[in-house]
Design a protein around this ligand. Structure first.
Ligand code: GAL
Length: 650
């Protein structure tokens, strides 16, 4: 098991290194990650390579018994490259080049950038292929983060036209037909007439925009795959290959699971609070990050940036309370993290990340954060083997990037946010401490008992049939609103009753729908009029065919059903026709886990309990996410307490 820190010896005077490394070893660490922003240090001038600084660093690390994850440095390129080849710089929506000075401002379709990035990556990895201390390569750093997945330059424009030409096999008529360019007279004669969706009046064609999103994903992933392949060709047999996924993964223009195929394992950067956030994101939201990353390869994962101090570039976020960052670390281990590195050893006092606080602050004293990390390493080490165990879930959340991009392209309701809608279905089961996988809808989902399917607009015939088979063979499916209204091209189904290919299994038709703008909450009431609730973001007006109405809209004009349940074959299908409140969804979740006999355990609000197998025993992670004293099975939990305990001891 690797435990350690992200360390930037290149930022500090060399004489600090000895003391730093003793401090790092004193944590109980056995690994550091280095190098991911150090291109200039390795190639200070075009074509002149010099790895002597890192040779020295690695010698020292080895003498302290530390293993190394080395980051290939392509997320920040040298100033000389931008000066010499301005075409490497990406452009914003208005065609303005992004200035040298931040980071990741490179274009994935820049032939020059790819040439230089390939060269430094190959040289670096080849230089260290026999280095026993380097056991893993991290490729680039947080692909696509901070808006770097979007570029509107001329190179991207031409590459997009070629991408479409390939997709439509040179048949411009087929593109016109698919996009419906007859509308507003946008018919194209040639592929080189096709625009990219830069600023215009009103809006671009939705089918074109979805293809643009797919093209962005293709651009980023082909760069990522090329860099991963270069690392593979040049590395030593003992070295593995990974990359680190940033938060906000549903707000990115690339398909993460497709990218994950290029890597041996995925790594995640876990920041429950960042920048101007006054409060950390919710416990369920943090858990979702882990479950999503585990789902990328259906495999446990690493965390290579775990937060210990407050973070922010220009605006600084919430300061984790004593024990809280430790509790987040333990939560990560619970959800499938096997190896962990903290960001970072020490915050830099100069440069853009002066306020991204590490384990050691600018006073360079080892204080309470240092002790907190030591406690994590000490407490988790005995469970190294148990953390390798596979997490088995009976519940899966399905997502599909085409669908997520379709929502980003047309939000329909100003209150819509995909992550929130996913969490709306995920959180009630998380509160019951169930194991949940978060996987692409293309994965085989037949082994699960329950599928949660949030706001899945795009359902083609094939997916519709797979879902129907799952339900008819005994599965439980929970859909939310706007289900099944679109085809793969991002057009609306024509001549079909909604929800399209899943109407039959849902046992209903959607009569109409209404967007509920921010702040609008509409009442719903149970079929027997005993329980009331509310709907936000959207409401579908449902007319059951075979389904039973659980809740209906409490409206004179719209008396239609809001939440339904349909018995379909041997299974059951729920349709949640709107942004329904958590009380109602908690109730539904509770009834599903009981009837489907899914492992769960009741805990006080904000107390998370996650069960893992350790050989033939079970261990429980117990986490108090709150600033209050809580109890679990008679045990007192201090604010932000976290511990691991064998199941039989509690
Ligand atoms: C991550 C990034 C790191 C550092 C950190 C600061 O997104 O990978 O390089 O910027 O955030 O919190």
């Amino acid at each position: 098991m690797y435990l350690g820190v992200d360390y930037y010896p290149d930022y500090w005077p060399e004489e600090l290194m000895e003391e730093d490394l003793d401090g790092i070893v004193g944590l109980g660490a056995n690994m550091v990650r280095i190098g991911e922003f150090a291109w200039h240090r390795m190639e200070p001038v075009d074509g002149q390579f010099d790895f002597s600084f890192f040779d020295g660093v690695i010698r020292k690390l080895k003498s302290k018994g530390l293993a190394v994850m080395f980051g290939t440095p392509t997320a920040t390129f040298p100033a000389w490259l931008a000066k010499k080849h301005p075409s490497v710089l990406s452009k914003d929506e208005y065609g303005r080049p992004r200035a040298f000075g931040g980071r990741r401002q490179y274009c994935f379709n820049s032939a020059e950038y790819r040439r230089y990035a390939a060269r430094i990556t190959a040289k670096l990895v080849r230089h260290y292929r026999d280095e026993s201390a380097i056991v893993a390569w991290q490729v680039d750093n947080e692909f696509g983060h901070e808006g770097s997945d979007m570029c509107y330059c001329e190179q991207c424009h031409t590459a997009f036209q070629r991408f479409l030409e390939r997709k439509f096999e040179g048949d411009i008529g087929a593109l016109n037909e698919t996009y419906g360019t007859i509308f507003w007279g946008q018919t194209y004669n040639r592929f080189d007439e096709i625009p990219i969706p830069t600023a215009t009046i009103t809006t671009h064609n939705p089918a074109l925009r979805l293809d643009w999103a797919r093209f962005r994903s293709y651009s980023l992933n082909s760069f990522a795959k090329e860099m991963a392949a270069i690392v593979r060709e040049n590395k030593g047999a003992h070295q593995t290959v990974t990359t680190n996924v940033s938060g906000g993964f549903f707000d990115k223009w690339f398909d993460h699971a497709e990218q994950a195929e290029a890597f041996d394992f995925m790594s995640y950067d876990n920041y429950p609070v960042w920048g101007g956030l006054a409060e950390p994101i919710t416990p369920a939201h943090i858990a979702l990050g882990h479950d999503f990353n585990r789902g990328l390869k259906d495999k446990n994962f690493w965390i290579v940036e775990e937060l210990m101090g407050a973070q922010g570039h220009d605006v600084i976020g919430y300061l984790p309370r004593p024990g809280q960052a430790k509790m987040w670390s333990m939560q990560a281990f619970a959800h499938g993290c096997t190896d962990m590195l903290y960001f970072c050893w020490r915050a830099m006092n100069r440069g853009a990340e002066q306020f991204c606080m590490g384990i050691v602050d600018h006073d360079n004293r080892r204080g309470s954060k240092y002790e907190e990390v030591r406690a994590v390493f000490r407490e988790i080490t005995p469970y190294g083997e148990a953390l390798q165990s596979e997490i088995r879930s009976d519940i899966a959340v399905l997502y599909d990037y085409d669908n997520i991009w379709s929502w980003r392209i047309q939000r329909q309701s100003e209150a819509f946010d995909f992550t929130k809608e996913l969490l709306r279905l995920y959180t009630p089961f998380h509160s019951l401490n169930c194991h949940i996988d978060v996987i692409p809808a293309t994965r085989d989902f037949s082994k699960y008992k329950v599928l949660l399917v949030p706001a899945l607009q795009i359902i083609d015939r094939e997916l519709g049939e797979r879902l129907a088979r799952f339900a008819s063979e005994g599965g439980t499916v929970v859909f939310s609103f706007r289900t099944g209204i679109r085809d793969r091209d991002n057009n609306l189904h024509f001549g079909m009753e909604m929800p399209g290919y899943v109407a039959d299994m849902c046992g209903l038709t959607i009569h109409a729908g209404e967007a509920l703008a921010n702040g609008r909450r509409e009442p719903i009431v149970s079929a027997d009029s005993t329980t009331s609730g509310v709907c936000e973001v959207w409401r579908d007006l449902l007319r059951p065919t075979t389904a039973e109405t659980l809740y209906r809209h409490d409206s004179v004009f719209f008396p239609e059903a809001a939440v339904t349940r349909n018995v379909y074959g041997n299974g059951v299908v729920y349709y949640i026709g709107g942004g329904v409140d958590s009380d109602i969804l908690n109730e539904i979740a509770r009834s599903i886990v009981k009837t489907r006999q899914i492992w769960h355990i009741e805990s006080e609000p904000g107390v998370e309990v996650y069960a893992r197998n350790a050989g033939n025993k079970q261990i429980w992670f117990v986490l108090n996410h709150t600033d209050k004293v809580r109890t679990f099975k008679g045990r007192r939990l201090e604010p932000y307490a976290s511990f691991v305990v064998p199941a039989e001891e509690i």
